[in-house]
Design a protein around this ligand. Structure first.
Ligand code: GLC
Length: 392
């Protein structure tokens, strides 16, 4: 794969957070499936991801941030703090450039827009190409029109290539004359012969159903809408697990959800963050994904399908690229509470439909094997050309 005379790949991934959020977990699975010794991950803060990477034998570094990155929280920041934050990112980028050299990086892979900004400086200092691994839609819904345009433009100026987690995410970027790859985040199949359905019971009758919602508790992930939709179903499920923690100042949201669940007398259990949600997925009959904004990809949808749940997910966004509605799951329009209630009613009542959707879902989930994504990403990173003005 390596062209003759070229240095063998050493891809260094850069992350601005070490919290176990979706993008960081996707990176963990991806680098675990890439060739050993050809990757390393640099974080700009300490956090649980360092241990999780180390457990898998992946080399990590922390290059600490000496500015308050919360000043960069887009919706709260004024121009002054954005500017201060921006300068801090650039300073950190300079130091990261030295780390890239120490690690012998041949390509820098930035896992967020903040990492892309720092990476622009770091990659230039180290004389290596910069690839932006985009896990978020760079769109007005998330950033506001203004900032979305600025981030797209800065990205286009800074990067040599893009890896997007879905076609939808890719479409939210400017990619003119840049190499680009869509690599879906994959799930891990322990061995080729692993039967994903092993250990799973049959779908339960209506009154016995168990529902699971997995994901960080955050307003745009729609758990509040889910609770309100659930309150209107004809037959409540027996149990509902809300699996997920709060990482980024979202504790108030969790409290609101708990108050809501109690007020509506719903059979909801909040598990908090769990390292491995799989046991809940195996226990559940139905997995609900309920993001109220377009989901960039939606790993939990694939995880639920692989575990043999009948899934409901929202569109537009990544789930549209995963689920074929009526065949291996159901799709509802994001933010439409009554439609979500209707989909829940349909699935809870119809055990046979759930069984059919879940069986097809397990087959579909096979298309999202992380080994295949890792192969594509490795190939892409080995061949991405640097900008001509770069040395090294
Ligand atoms: C981000 C996105 C999510 C995606 C994950 C992995 O967390 O919000 O949709 O599944 O990254 O790419």
């Amino acid at each position: 794969m390596t062209p003759p005379g070229a240095k063998p790949l050493r891809a260094v991934f850069l992350a601005h957070t070490a919290a176990p959020s979706g993008a960081e977990l996707a990176t963990l699975r991806l680098v675990s499936a890439m060739p050993a010794g050809r990757t390393a991950v640099v974080y700009t803060e300490d956090g649980p991801m360092l241990r999780r990477m180390a457990e898998r034998g992946i080399e990590t570094r922390v290059v600490r941030n000496d500015f308050d990155s919360r000043a960069m929280t887009i919706d709260k920041a004024g121009v002054g703090s954005l500017l201060r934050g921006g300068l801090g990112l650039l300073r950190l980028g300079w130091r990261l450039g030295a780390t890239m050299r120490e690690l012998g990086a041949t390509v820098l892979v930035a896992g967020s827009s903040k990492a892309m900004l720092m990476g622009a400086v770091a990659a230039r200092r180290a004389g290596i190409p910069l690839v932006w691994h985009v896990h978020d839609r760079i769109s007005a819904e998330y950033f506001g029109q203004w900032l979305a345009t600025a981030v797209r433009l800065l990205g286009w100026l800074a990067v040599d290539g893009y890896i997007a987690n879905s076609r939808g995410t890719l479409a939210s970027l400017y990619t003119w004359r840049r190499r680009a790859l869509v690599a879906y985040p994959g799930v891990e199949y322990r061995s080729v012969s692993e039967e994903p359905e092993s250990g799973r019971r049959e779908q339960r009758p209506a009154a016995e159903t168990v529902v699971v919602v997995v994901g960080r508790l955050a307003p745009w992930k729609g758990q509040d809408l889910f609770l309100r939709a659930l309150a209107d179903v004809r037959n409540l499920p027996r149990e509902v697990f809300l699996v997920g923690g709060t990482f980024f100042d979202e504790q108030d949201y969790r409290r609101e959800l708990e108050v809501r669940a109690t007020a509506l007398d719903l059979p909801v259990i909040f598990t908090g963050h769990v390292e491995d949600p799989e046991p809940y997925l195996h226990e559940a009959d139905i997995l609900v994904h309920c993001s109220v904004l377009p989901e960039p990809f939606g790993q939990v949808v694939v995880e639920g399908m692989r575990a043999g749940c009948a899934v409901i997910a929202t569109r537009p966004g990544g789930p549209e690229e995963i689920v074929e509605p009526g065949v291996n799951g159901l799709l509802v329009d994001a933010g439409e509470r009554a439609r979500l209630t209707h989909a829940l009613d349909t699935l809870i009542a119809d055990q046979e439909l759930r069984t059919k959707l879940a069986a097809a879902a397990r087959v579909r989930a096979r298309d999202f094997d992380v080994a295949e994504s890792a192969r594509q990403v490795t190939e892409f990173l080995t061949t991405v050309p640097g900008k001509r003005w770069r040395h090294g």
